[in-house]
Design a protein around this ligand. Structure first.
Ligand code: AMP
Length: 575
């Protein structure tokens, strides 16, 4: 039975969503019209000769497809303080930094109130569908969320990650209250300047309110795995803090210390119960439901590059379901998960026709040829793959996001998308082309050989197309949880080489124009160092995604990886 909670009426939210998705084509036209009416006077659109027209046909005829690179000069002027309506009619309230883990440097994008509004809209929709399956009552959420560093641009605008911009907004707190997702940690922990201290206190506050916690979440699955890996190390210290009511001396940040000390009281009973439960666990299996007994699910983005972490996360989650969070980017939201019971490997996302105007570039048969013409949201075909193009209320017009999706089917008349990969992440030496998905498949195949070995786990991985050697070759970096036999790793290396099956790779390997694939095993903790490198440049842990391919320009990350190699294997000759 759906019910009304606070200002939130789940039944109405679902009804409205159904209404909008049934009329996706009309809603898309109306949405584009609204975007263009609001922003028609901007320098960008004026310059393209739209002349106030708001229909799809004129829009497509006048406005070119662009990438972030094309918009950089416009965004830079906004960053530098030009307050004229350059890309948006409404004022730009701040600048978001996308995680930039793929390109190696953060990208600036415009942030405004519309994006906050869109974020709350999609949170409400996905919560309504989630709550139908997993009703929660008057609870809190253990959320591993982190504000990131912020700075003032030359023009005086605040620049920070999109998630931080959202967490700081007024609407965020009230929506979280409505949808029962109040974080167990005080703001000082979320916005603390030291990630390690914030993480420790998230765990501590989560334990203090353990019986009220209804679900455990983070933006991306990676943050959840990092959190529970830290818990494995710090659980005794956390128990000590709870027993004595005195916060560990490792928390040196005064505002975090004050805020957490204010809620920490000596509670030997709780501390002992946590201690006993932890001691009773086998290799931390099911730690989440064991300690947070009222939690109904574990929630976060678990698709795409996060899929790798779901095995480890599933181990911590035990009997609790892993529920996939919505699909979007710093640039704007795209689609919601309305089937919370679907596991991460098959999860898909229903596009919200009123959150932006969407076009899809067909990828089938595109090969190296010219780009196919984009088609509309309701014209896509089931089973086909597309690159997403978005037009938003935040100043992006026909913007190529770089993501590849496949249409699984339709929800009413709007497509359900499966996220496939970042389109621009390609391992390529000459005529070979392998995407993030191909790399994931090769790694998955090889890790099957690892699972035969007890307790051996691949913690993280990335790749690099090494052109410095002659011939060039693929390098795959692996971090394992423990030592593995050389024989097993050699087999993994051979297996990955054979699993890249695109004709370009196979042909080049056979003719020797691509050298043997190299597996470089790095020391435990190396990928943490990569994470810290990104954090030092302003990325938030919440938005961090391990780059699955490190380009030659990303020198610092390559140095970190290469500086910690403990073993190397080269694949056998190719016949
Ligand atoms: P950011 O650059 O930090 O804004 O990250 C946005 C990117 O994260 C998107 O373009 C996707 O590549 C990825 N992403 C976001 N949501 C999902 C999701 N639900 N599944 C898979 N990948 C996602």
């Amino acid at each position: 039975m759906l019910e009304k909670k606070g200002n939130f009426n789940m039944e109405r939210v679902i009804q409205e969503f159904d209404e909008v998705t049934r009329n996706a084509s009309r809603v898309q036209r109306d949405t584009l019209k609204m975007i263009l009416e609001e922003n028609g006077d901007t320098e960008y659109l004026q310059g393209l000769g739209l002349g106030g027209r708001t229909d799809i046909e004129s829009f497509r005829a006048c406005v070119p497809l662009v990438t972030h690179h094309d918009l950089e000069p416009y965004i830079q002027r906004i960053v530098d303080g030009d307050t004229a309506p350059i890309l948006t009619g409404k004022p730009v309230t701040s600048i978001s930094l996308s995680s930039g883990t793929t390109q190696g440097k953060p990208k600036y994008v415009v942030f405004n109130e519309e994006l906050v509004h869109n974020t709350m809209q999609i949170y409400r929709i996905s919560y309504a569908f989630r709550n139908r399956k997993f009703p929660i009552e008057n609870g809190k959420a253990l959320q591993f969320i982190y504000g990131s560093k912020q700075f003032k641009t030359k023009g005086g605008l605040t620049a920070t990650t999109a998630t931080t911009n959202v967490y700081r907004s007024h609407q965020f707190k009230s929506t979280m209250r409505d949808i029962q997702s109040q974080c167990t940690s005080p703001d000082e922990v979320i916005f603390g300047s030291d990630f390690q201290q914030s993480l420790y206190c998230h765990l501590l506050c989560g334990l203090l309110y353990a019986d009220q916690v209804q679900f455990v979440s983070a933006t991306f699955a990676h943050s959840l795995v990092v959190a529970f890996q830290s818990f494995e190390k710090d659980w005794e210290e956390l128990c000590r803090d709870i027993k004595t009511g005195v916060l560990s001396s490792r928390i040196t940040n005064p505002s975090i210390r004050n805020a957490v000390s204010a809620i920490l009281r000596p509670d030997p009973e709780l501390a002992d119960s946590i201690y006993r439960k932890c001691e009773g666990l086998s290799n931390w299996y099911g730690v989440i439901p064991e300690l947070w007994t009222n939690a109904k699910y574990v929630y976060g983005i678990m698709t795409g590059s996060m899929e790798h972490y779901t095995r480890k996360l599933g181990h911590y989650a035990g009997r609790l379901p892993l529920v996939c969070a919505e699909y979007g980017s710093s640039e704007g939201w795209i689609a919601a998960n309305v089937d919370p019971l679907t596991p991460p490997d098959t999860a898909n996302f229903v596009v919200l026709p009123d959150i932006g105007f969407f076009e899809f570039i067909p990828l089938r048969g595109s090969g190296n040829c010219a780009l196919s013409e984009p088609i509309g949201l309701t014209e896509v075909q089931v089973g086909e793959e597309y690159e997403i193009v978005m037009t938003t209320f935040a100043g992006l017009y026909r913007y190529r996001l770089g993501d590849v999706v496949r249409v699984e089917d339709f929800y009413n008349s709007t497509p359900r998308l499966k996220f496939i990969c970042r389109g621009n992440l390609i391992l390529s030496i000459n005529i070979d082309k392998n995407t993030e998905k191909d790399l994931q498949l090769a790694v998955d195949e090889a890790t099957k050989l690892l699972s035969a070995e007890k307790k051996l786990d691949l913690l993280d991985f990335t790749s690099h197309a090494d052109m410095a050697s002659d011939p060039g070759h693929y390098v795959i970096f692996w971090e394992l949880n423990t030592d593995a036999k050389d024989e097993v790793l050699q087999n993994c290396c051979d297996c990955m080489d054979r699993t890249f099956i695109d004709a370009g790779y196979v042909g080049s390997r056979k003719t020797g124009t691509i050298g043997p694939l190299e597996l470089r095993v790095v020391e435990r903790g190396t990928f943490r160092k990569v994470l810290y490198h990104y954090l030092s440049r302003g990325t938030s842990v919440g938005q961090f995604k391990t780059p699955r391919c490190v380009g030659p320009a990303n020198k610092v990350v390559l140095e970190i990886l290469n500086g910690h190699v403990i073993k190397r294997f080269s694949s056998m000759a190719y016949d």
